[in-house]
Ligand binder design. Structure first.
Ligand code: FAD
Length: 412
C-alpha cells in the first residue's frame, strides 16, 4: 500500500493499539492519538489483577459469554482467537499460562512488560503516538478535531479507527465523552450501563460501619437459574466482587425491570443441609451465639454479621431459631439489591455503538472510512478474559477492515 495512506487511530487502549499494529503491518502510516498523558492506562490497571488476557475454554463455550452479541462478535473472535492472542503474547516475549479456572494470564502476571514490548514493536513499525489529544468532533471538511495543550488541532486522515473504550473507571481515560459526539452525528448508541459491577444494599449503619471492605470468601451466589461460587466484598453502600460481577448482567436487568432484585447467598456451599443441622444441633453450653456459628460452621465475623443483618430485617432472632430453620438461612440468605453501583466503579460498560451502525468490517455505515473497535461497541461479557479478548479481536477486525476499505474504495 502507498505510504501516503494516513490512518488516525483514536484511543490507545488494547483495541486501538491492536488496530494500529494491523494497519502498520498492512503498509499504512499510522498515528495513534490519546487524550491521556500516557497510553493504555486501563490495560495497565487490569495488569494489577494479574492481567486475565483470555480464557482457554473451547470457542463453543467461549462465544456464548457474549450473550446476544455472540453471533455478531463471532467472526472477529474466530479470526483472532484466544490461541492467536496467546501466540501474539508469546511472540512479544510474554508467554502465557492457563490458571486453575481456565483463565489465561501472562507468566509475568502483569501488563507492563507486555505493553513495553508491544510499544517497541509499534515504534519499529513506524507507528507514532500523539498524547494529550482529546478528540472532540469532525469539522465540516471531515477532519478530526482534537483539543491539545496547544489549542485545537484538525487532522485529515484517509481512514480513522475509533477505539475510545467504555465509561468505567473514567480517571483512566475512557470516560464515554464520545457518546454525545457520535450521537450528534446521527449514530445510534445503546446507553452505557455498568457491567461487572457492584450493587447497592440498604445496610444498617451498624453493619456497614463494622464490615465495610470485608470479603465474604468461599460463598456461592445465586440469582434465577444461575449460581456461582467465589468471593464478594461488603461495600459502604452494598456489595461487589467477582461472584457478584458474574451475575451482574442478569441482576442489572432485573433491577431495571422491577426496581430491585433478590440475591441469594450460600455461606457454606460445601455443606449439605443435614450436615449443617447436625452441627447446629450440638449443645451450645455457655458460648455466645456468634461463637457457636464461628465454631460449628467456621463462619467469618462478616458472614455472621450478614446472617444477623438479614435476620433483623426479617424480624427473626437467630439464637432462638430451630437448627433446621437456621441451616436453611445459612445456605439461602436473601439480600435485597436496590440498584447498581455507579458506572465509574464498574469493571466495564454494557452498551455502546449500536451493532446496526457498523458493517461487517466494523465501519460506521453513516461515516465511510471511520471504523470502531473495543469496548465502545455494544457488547458485554463477564470477567474471565472475555473483555480483553473481544477488545483485541475487534481491534484486529477494524484494522483489517480499514485496510480493505482503503484498497477497494479509499483515496489513492
Ligand atoms: C480494574 C479493571 C480491571 C480489569 N481487568 C481485566 C482483566 O483482567 N481481563 C479483561 O479481559 N478485562 C479486564 N478489564 C477490562 C479491560 O481493561 C477493558 O475492557 C479494555 O481495556 C477495553 O479496551 P479498549 O481498547 O476498548 O478501551 P480502553 O482500554 O478503555 O482504551 C480507550 C482509550 O481511549 C482513550 N480515549 C477515550 N476518549 C478519548 C477521546 N475523546 N480522545 C482521545 N482519546 C480518548 C482513553 O484515554 C483510553 O486510552 C479490567 C478493567 C478494569 C477497570
Amino acid at each position: 500500500m502507498s505510504s501516503l495512506k494516513h490512518i488516525a487511530v483514536v484511543g490507545a487502549g488494547p483495541a486501538g493499539l491492536m488496530a494500529a499494529e494491523v494497519l502498520a503491518a498492512g503498509g499504512a502510516s499510522v498515528i495513534v492519538y490519546d487524550a491521556m498523558p500516557s497510553v493504555a492506562r486501563k490495560f495497565l490497571m487490569a495488569g494489577r489483577g494479574g492481567l486475565n488476557l483470555t480464557h482457554s475454554e473451547e470457542l463453543t463455550a467461549f462465544l456464548p459469554r457474549y450473550r446476544d452479541a455472540a453471533p455478531w462478535l463471532a467472526p472477529a473472535i474466530q479470526a483472532f482467537s484466544p490461541q492467536q492472542l496467546r501466540d501474539w503474547c508469546e511472540a512479544l516475549g510474554q508467554p502465557t499460562f492457563v490458571g486453575s479456572s481456565g483463565r489465561v494470564f501472562p507468566v509475568a502476571m502483569k501488563a507492563s512488560p507486555l505493553l513495553r514490548a508491544w510499544l517497541r514493536r509499534l515504534d519499529a513499525q513506524g507507528v507514532r503516538v500523539e498524547l494529550r489529544h482529546r478528540w472532540t468532533d469532525w469539522d465540516d471538511q471531515g477532519r478530526l478535531i482534537f483539543d491539545t495543550p496547544n489549542g485545537p488541532r484538525a487532522i485529515a486522515a484517509d481512514a480513522t479507527v475509533l477505539a475510545l473504550g467504555g465509561a468505567s473507571w473514567p480517571r483512566l481515560g475512557s470516560d464515554g465523552g464520545w457518546v454525545s459526539i457520535l450521537a450528534a452525528n446521527g449514530i445510534a448508541i445503546a446507553p452505557l450501563r455498568p457491567a461487572n459491577c457492584g450493587f447497592t444494599v440498604g445496610w444498617s449503619d451498624l453493619f456497614r460501619d463494622r464490615f465495610e471492605g470485608q470479603p465474604l470468601k468461599g460463598i456461592a451466589l445465586s440469582f434465577g437459574e444461575r449460581s456461582v461460587r467465589g468471593e464478594a466484598v461488603v461495600t459502604r453502600d452494598g456489595i461487589e466482587g467477582g461472584a457478584v460481577y458474574a451475575l451482574s448482567a442478569e441482576l442489572r436487568e432485573a433491577i431495571a425491570l422491577h426496581g430491585e432484585a433478590i440475591l441469594h447467598v450460600t455461606l457454606r456451599p460445601d455443606l449439605e443441609r443435614p450436615d449443617l443441622i447436625r452441627r447446629l444441633s450440638a449443645p451450645r453450653g455457655k458460648q455466645s451465639f456468634s461463637n457457636v456459628l464461628r465454631k460449628a460452621l467456621q463462619l467469618s465475623p462478616v458472614a455472621i454479621g450478614l446472617l444477623q443483618e438479614v435476620a433483623k430485617t426479617k424480624g427473626l432472632s437467630l439464637s432462638s431459631l430451630p437448627p433446621g430453620h437456621l441451616a436453611a438461612l445459612v445456605n439461602d440468605l436473601p439480600i435485597k439489591l436496590t440498584g447498581t453501583a455507579g458506572l465509574a466503579r464498574a469493571i466495564s460498560s454494557a452498551g455502546g455503538i449500536a451493532r446496526d451502525e457498523l458493517d461487517a468490517d466494523y465501519m460506521l455505515k453513516r461515516r465511510p472510512g471511520v471504523f470502531a473497535a473495543g469496548e465502545m461497541l455494544d457488547w458485554e461479557a463477564p470477567t474471565g478474559g472475555y473483555l480483553l479478548q473481544a477488545s483485541f479481536a475487534t481491534g484486529v477486525a477494524a484494522g483489517k477492515g480499514a485496510l480493505k476499505w482503503l484498497r477497494e474504495t479509499g483515496p489513492s
